[in-house]
Design a protein around this ligand. Structure first.
Ligand code: PMP
Ligand code: GLU
Length: 395
């Protein structure tokens, strides 16, 4: 029999959908993919070259669990340069993607039965990670504009609370949390002696003058109560390379290292050398990509917010839009009743061949997540299909 813990988790909706679309495309179906959270741009040449050089130099052996010293030093330089954060290499643990870094962080601070607060809408894996370590996820809805509801989060803290997961810029909403709300989270964590797990994987994708702030940088006490999560996937287009990291206060860093030592050991050695190149020399390409995402965001937001009976908050970062389509729930396509966001995304995929993720997977039942991680032409085709599909729904 499968264990209660593993039997009790929900599969990742984003990963499952990606598999399904892959098979539809193989069958020759013209699917417009507005589902996956990964840049459509390929990994820059200099990063690939650094990896090839590392393989040629046979940097292919086991290394220290937490990563080669050169990469941990490069991460420390990055955190200082971009976030004003001072870490020593022994506070960094390089992992198999930010996903593993997050799992390490959740496991490092959560005892069985502890509560972890997750503002919602929130990324699909947070709730399941908390459940996997025997913790209890406590979901706290954001305000209508997708900003943190500071008062509600404060009210949700109990003597069992271990941590709050903060993800800004946010997947799935694209919100960037205000400095005031992040300061309130930092103060709350210090006052209640709980941790902030700060998932900053989208930090470079901030648009129109909106600024990303690192919670750990807000005060020396906040630093001691925060585990920073970041990685190479989104900024440097290295999703498949699987390279992320934690930067943790000294009293947690050793434990995270030991945990990983029993799970996976070091993340792929030659990828770590490519990551050094990304962090040290990757910025110009990031900036070009950001300019394109701003164009796409503006176009997609404009189109979606003009669709009949659809409302949408303008996102400031990441590469997602989260329109509310709940007006259409209860309507029919032929005999098929669209009851919720899961039905809606299935209907869009099966009948109109456009892929988006149901908001329900992110604990946002009235919405869909649209990723503008595809070319302008594809975004246009996809939005045309969504518009047509919605217009075809009848009472
Ligand atoms: N956090 C969030 C909010 C994400 O969207 C993702 C994307 N998979 C991750 C973490 C994990 O990123 P990685 O590819 O580095 O594992
Ligand atoms: N984070 C991305 C997404 O939300 C990639 C898939 C995943 O890891 O969940 O689409």
């Amino acid at each position: 029999m499968i264990s209660k813990i593993v039997g009790g988790i929900t599969p990742s909706a984003t990963c499952e959908l990606e598999g399904l679309i892959g098979s539809m495309k193989k069958e020759g179906i013209d699917v417009v993919a507005l589902n996956i959270g990964e840049p459509d741009y390929k990994t820059p040449e200099n990063i690939c070259q650094a990896c090839k050089d590392a393989i040629d130099a046979r940097k292919t052996t086991y290394v220290a669990t937490a990563g080669v010293p050169e990469l941990r030093q490069a991460i420390c330089r990055k955190l200082q340069r971009d976030n004003g954060l001072t870490y020593a290499p022994e506070q960094i643990c390089v992992s198999t993607g930010a996903k593993q870094a997050l799992f390490n962080a959740v496991m490092a601070v959560t005892n069985p039965g502890d509560e972890v607060i997750i503002p919602t809408p929130g990324w699909v894996s947070y709730v399941e990670m908390v459940k996997l370590v025997g913790g209890i996820p406590v979901c706290v809805p954001c305000k209508d504009d997708f900003q943190l509801d500071v008062a509600a989060i404060r009210a949700a803290v109990t003597d069992k609370t271990a941590a709050i997961i903060i993800n800004s810029p946010n997947n799935p909403t694209g919100a960037i949390y205000t400095l005031e709300s992040l300061q309130a989270m930092a103060d709350l964590a210090v006052e209640k002696d709980i941790y902030i797990i700060a998932d900053e994987i989208y930090e470079k994708l901030a648009y129109g003058g909106c600024k990303h702030y690192s919670v750990a940088a807000l005060s020396p006490e906040a630093y001691e109560h925060t585990i920073v999560i970041n990685g190479m996937s989104k900024a440097y287009r290295m999703t498949g390379w699987r390279c992320g990291y934690t930067a943790a206060p000294r009293h947690l860093a050793g434990g995270i290292n030991s945990l990983q030592g029993h799970m996976t050991s070091n993340s792929t050695t030659f990828v770590q050398w490519a990551a050094i190149e990304a962090l040290d020399n990757g910025e110009p390409e990031v900036q070009q990509m950001v300019e394109e995402f701003v164009r796409r965001r503006d176009y997609a937001y404009d189109r979606v917010s003009k669709m009949a009976h659809v409302s949408c908050t303008k996102p400031d970062g990441a590469f997602y839009l989260m329109p509310d389509v709940s007006w259409y729930f209860g309507k029919k396509a032929g005999d098929r009743v669209i009851k919720d966001s899961f039905d809606m995304s299935e209907y869009l995929l099966q009948q109109y061949h456009v892929a988006v993720v149901p908001g329900g997977a992110f604990m946002s039942p009235g919405t869909l997540r649209i990723a503008y991680t595809n070319s302008m032409e594809e975004i246009k085709r996809g939005l045309d299909r969504i518009e047509e599909a919605l217009a075809a729904l009848k009472d």
